[in-house]
Design a protein around this ligand. Structure first.
Ligand code: GAF
Length: 385
């Protein structure tokens, strides 16, 4: 068993005085490409990280859920009344209560349960710690209750927990990544149909490495800005008379932009339509085994997020520029924006020197030192024992 699972077990024993019935692990993610396309019914290409949240759990009598979290050191407990009224459980507990709510709301007979949660997914780094928590709790409840909810239907439910219970208007990418990713693969997800293709992403065989650079930038107004971007996209789709921006193809883009008066809406629409195309182009290259050629697409995605979607911050742009100047094949911010992490695709032998160059650029600008680590695509949510 992994260390994080050991910590969850120790927490469970200490809190509840006996061992758990089992352990369920769910990963954080990075998104290789396809940012802010999910809620536009478009395409994304995330992969799961080897960093996981583990829920040690067992059933308990009645409609009651008791949860200990390593991170806060507290135990919370709530019953059906609190669950059935979104907003009553707040803080980190809302992600757990939200999952219970979404399951009950969908008509499932959710078993009462006790949980001890431990996690290696850092909070606030844009690596989907919240989706990992939702997925760990959801998969545990599905197994403990023998619920009829196959993996391909679980992400939508976890997303409902986040949208309706927690109140964050996110798309379906992060929950899909945590639940449906496969070891060694990126997940090509069509967010309209929820159809997936597991795309082999063998960095080692290509002599490459993926550097994840945690910008350590404070998230400034990220929630409000995310909601504002979503609204702009929806307004753009309405003005263009399409159900979602996914329905504007790259060939139709110029004509579509010519119909929009507001320059900001034009920039938002251009980001989404070009980003969907970059996902398709990336998938085509990966299918053909041309991994190192995806670099320019990653960088173009970053430029689009910086100039058209306007969701980057100085720390993030500095990391991308320094990585590229030090020889990265491509680099981009990953995740919702306004902080979080940068991905840099590098020759395996250059990973250390690129990381050092980014660290030096941060020191020069007086930024808090970044975190740097290389990662390989890891498995999605699973029962450990
Ligand atoms: C966040 C959201 F949770 C996702 O749904 C997605 O929109 C992403 O930002 C941007 O691509 O992670």
């Amino acid at each position: 068993m992994t260390d994080v699972a050991d910590r969850a077990t120790a927490g469970f024993r200490q809190e509840f005085g006996e061992p758990p019935a089992g352990h369920w692990a769910a990963p954080g993610r990075v998104n290789l490409i396809g940012e802010h396309t999910d809620y536009n019914d478009g395409f994304v290409l995330p992969f799961a990280l080897p960093l996981r949240t583990v829920a040690a759990a067992d059933r308990q009598e009645g409609a009651r859920w008791t949860v200990w979290s390593e991170l806060s050191g507290e135990t919370i407990s709530f019953g059906a009344d609190e669950v059935d009224e979104p907003g009553r459980v707040t803080g980190w507990g809302a992600y757990v209560a939200g999952v219970v709510w979404a399951l009950r709301d969908a008509g499932h007979d959710v078993p009462g349960a006790r949980f001890a949660i431990a996690s290696d997914v850092p909070l606030g780094a844009g690596l989907s710690s919240s989706a990992a928590l939702e997925a760990a709790v959801l998969t545990a409840l599905v197994d403990l209750g023998g619920l009829d909810l196959p993996a391909d239907r679980q992400p939508r439910l976890a997303q409902r927990a986040e949208n309706h219970y927690v109140g964050a208007p996110t798309g379906i990418m992060d929950q899909s990544a945590s639940i449906r990713c496969r070891d060694g693969h990126a997940l090509f997800l069509d967010c309209r149909t929820e159809g997936v293709e597991h795309i082999p992403f063998d960095l080692r065989a290509a002599g490459l490495a993926m550097l994840v650079i945690d910008s350590h930038a404070p998230h400034r107004h990220a929630d409000g800005e995310y909601a504002a971007r979503r609204k702009s996209c929806e307004a753009g789709a309405e003005l263009l008379g399409v159900p979602a921006l996914r329905d504007v193809t790259i060939d139709q883009l110029d004509a579509a932009l010519a119909r929009l008066d507001d320059p900001e809406t034009r920039r938002r629409v251009r980001h989404v339509v070009t980003e969907d195309q970059r996902v398709l182009d990336t998938v085509a290259l990966l299918r053909a085994g041309r991994v190192r050629e995806i670099g320019p697409l990653l960088t173009a995605s970053h430029v689009s997020m910086r100039d058209d979607f306007e969701i980057t911050v100085p720390e993030i742009d500095t990391a991308v520029e320094a990585a590229l100047a030090a020889g990265a094949l491509g680099a981009r911010m990953t995740g919702g924006g306004f902080g979080g992490c940068v991905l840099a695709l590098v020759e395996a032998a250059a990973a250390d020197s690129v990381a050092a160059a980014v660290t030096a650029a941060y020191a020069e600008r007086g930024f808090t030192a970044p975190g740097t680590v290389t990662v390989l695509p890891a498995p999605g949510a699973t029962r450990l024992d």
